[in-house]
Ligand binder design. Sequence first.
Ligand SMILES: [Zn+2]
Ligand SMILES: [Zn+2]
Length: 265
Amino acid sequence: MEKPDCAELDAILTTVSQIRDAEAHIILLKARLSAEAKGLSAVDDRTSRIQAAVYAYWFAPEAHASDLSFGATGRSYAGELRQYAGAVPTGIHCDRCEAEVEITSREQMKTVLSKSKRESNYAEGYRILCGECREAVFEEREVESERLAAARAARGQAVARMSYTEYLGTEDWHHQREQHLAHLLWASKMPLQCEACAAADRLGVYHRNLDALGLRDDVVLLCDTCRDALIGAGRLAGDPGPQNRIGKAHAVLLAQKYLDMDTPV
Ligand SMILES: [Zn+2]
Ligand SMILES: [Zn+2]
């Protein structure tokens, strides 16, 4: 193809050629840097050699740790140098105890820097935690989840001692029923309707079985007609009471609350 005669095109081609030259130059510089890092082995005194390599490890991140390690210790294994690298302060503070965070490797430095740029890295809202606080936070989480599990188990035992009618009078039931309706609204993106025949009137939430009452209620939203049919067929548990029913106004309120939600309920 013949090159068109065009000053703007010439400008593009000139810049491209300059970029190629610069990239070739960087490759040369990197090779030189690698040789210089390995060249630390020329320093006579072992302590000075290691001090120089450690300084470069922290302040010349472009130099490969394996090259610096070779220069300082004679072994290309980066861990060999890291044992001398010690800990350096970062100027970044733990969000929980306010101690300055120290790091012991370049990898950790990258992690700390990228974490410090984000809003929050932990469910508790912390951005940066020192090692001790991270352990403490994880321990608190464990204690909290054990507490919740124990509370759930205790609640399960309390519910297990109740009659079905008693259970229908509890906060747990109101919560389970609302959860089911919220999920239906979120999943179908439509106002509430009978899960069997799609009728929108005279609705209620009914138990299919009572096996995990209060924990994982196995429930279905039905209109009165479908409810009666399923009870007749022996496919619903227990006698339905007024606590199963969803009033018209309640259904409208729930729809307003949950219909436009993006995340699962
Ligand atoms: Zn801390
Ligand atoms: Zn129905």
